[in-house]
Every structure is written in C-alpha cells, then in structure tokens.
Design a protein around this ligand. Structure first.
Ligand code: 5GP
Length: 241
C-alpha cells in the first residue's frame, strides 16, 4: 500500500491522508515506548497485535452502541478510520489502583476502586501530560462542560463493557486510557484500545499482560500480548458465528 508522507507521527502510530477528505489511515507501528519516550524498542508483530485488538474492541463497542472512528482494517497493521477533530485529553478509567495513582496518592496497589474512577490528563508530551480537572478542561476550551459529562458517561459505559468482557477471559481490567474526537458535533471514540494503553492482570496470579511487562522488565512483552490476542480470538470463535 502506498501511503505517502504521514500527517502525524505518534509514539506507536502514524496517520496518513486518504483520497477522501473525511477518512484517514492509522498505521500501527512496531515501536514501543515508555516513560514519555525515555525507553524505546521495536518488536516485530507488535503493531499487528495492537491493531487486531483495537479493531476487535472498536467493533465490539459499536455493536454495543458506542460510536468509534473505526471503518475497517486495510491489512494486519493498517486501519481505515473516520477523520476526527481530536480533543487533546487522555481519559483514564481505573477499576483497581495501580501505576501513577499509587505513586501520587495514598492508594494501595491492587485496591479496588468501586465505583470506578475517571481521571483526565492534558495530552502534551512536552509538559508530561499533566493531570487536569473539569474546570481546567473548560477554561482551556478543550470541550464544554456538557461535552465533558458526555465523555465521562461514554467512558463509564466502555469501562463496564470491557471490564465484563475481560472478566470472562479470566483477566482483571485494571485501568485504561482512551481518547475522543469530534465529527459533525458528535463525540466519537478515536485512537486505539490495546495492551499499550491498558492494564490487565491475571485474576488469580495478578500477573501483568500489558505494557507494564515492558515498562518494568517483567518478562517477554510479546508473549504477554500474544496471550491476550489468543484469548480474544478464542472468545471470538466461540461467540461470533
Ligand atoms: P498511569 O496514569 O497509571 O500511568 O496510566 C493509567 C492507564 O492509562 C494505564 O493503563 C496506561 O497504560 C494508560 N496510559 C496513561 N497515559 C498513557 C499514554 O500517554 N499512552 C498510553 N498508550 N497509555 C497511557
């Protein structure tokens, strides 16, 4: 596929124009980074794993009434998506305390957060993605208060759907990060939903099956990602006829 020059290059994906004004191509690269790009590697097949998992979840969410930018896969690591006007917010939902919340606040790692907690970071690498509250989001003009309420409502819905899905696979959906955009005035889920942007623990052993394996050298990250892909594909075989 001839893609030309990317219009945006992120840490793990590159975005390309298409011949349609309202569609873009999202290419999932094999690059893996952590700690705001301080740790960097490339793993053959990683882009395809994340693309396959993202495509599966976008489709699963659409079937459950959540609007996403996903149109179709073009090959195993290249996705055709609707063009969105992206909102520079990282919306993070947490079911279990882990990661930055344990460092910054007196939560114990593994502590259940019920009801789930939603936090928001301003997406800006140079500033280290600072945490922002509702007032700051509105003051920065990122979205209106009503749009923010809608973003949180959609995030809770996605969280519940994915928590229940992973529960069935024997995994705890600890936390995840998503990003939204606007198209024709509507709030739509964009970016990706993959092991790069979530925490997944084995229900029994609490072993990680996500980017923490890479971040903290907990083992072979591709083996961990492959396990999640395998579980999802097996679920698909049994449930999607
Ligand atoms: P934490 O705030 O604990 O670092 O991250 C919470 C959750 O959001 C984790 O699942 C983490 O992978 C995800 N997350 C937070 N920031 C980013 C980011 O900049 N990129 C990606 N891919 N995921 C993020």
């Amino acid at each position: 596929m001839e893609l030309g020059e990317p219009i945006y290059v992120g840490k793990a994906k590159s975005i390309y124009k298409t011949d349609k004004e309202d569609e873009l191509i999202s290419l999932f690269r094999n690059d893996m980074t952590a700690f705001n790009g301080v740790k960097k590697d490339s793993f053959a097949g990683k882009g395809a794993y994340n693309a396959a998992v993202s495509a599966f979840f976008f489709d699963y969410l659409e079937k459950n009434g959540v609007k996403t930018h996903f149109i179709k896969m073009l090959d195993d690591h290249t996705m055709l998506v609707k063009k969105l006007d992206m909102i520079p917010l990282e919306v993070i939902a947490r079911n279990v305390a882990a990661g930055s919340i344990v460092k910054k606040l007196p939560f114990k790692e593994g502590q259940i957060l019920n009801p789930p907690v939603i936090v928001t970071d301003y997406k800006d690498d140079e500033r280290g993605d600072p945490s922002v509250n509702d007032d700051l989001i509105v003051a920065l003009g990122l979205v209106t208060r009503d749009e923010l309420a809608e973003i949180k409502e959609i995030t809770h819905k996605i969280n519940k759907l994915l928590y229940d899905f992973f529960d069935e696979l024997g995994l705890i959906f600890v936390d995840f990060k998503i990003e939204f955009g606007k198209c024709g005035g509507e709030i739509i889920l964009g970016d990706e939903i993959s092991m790069d942007s979530m925490r997944l623990w084995d229900k029994v052993t609490k072993e990680s099956f996500d980017k923490d394996v890479y971040r903290f050298d907990k083992g072979d990250v591709m083996t961990a990602y492959a396990k999640v892909v395998e579980k999802i594909m097996n679920w698909q075989k049994e449930n999607v006829k």
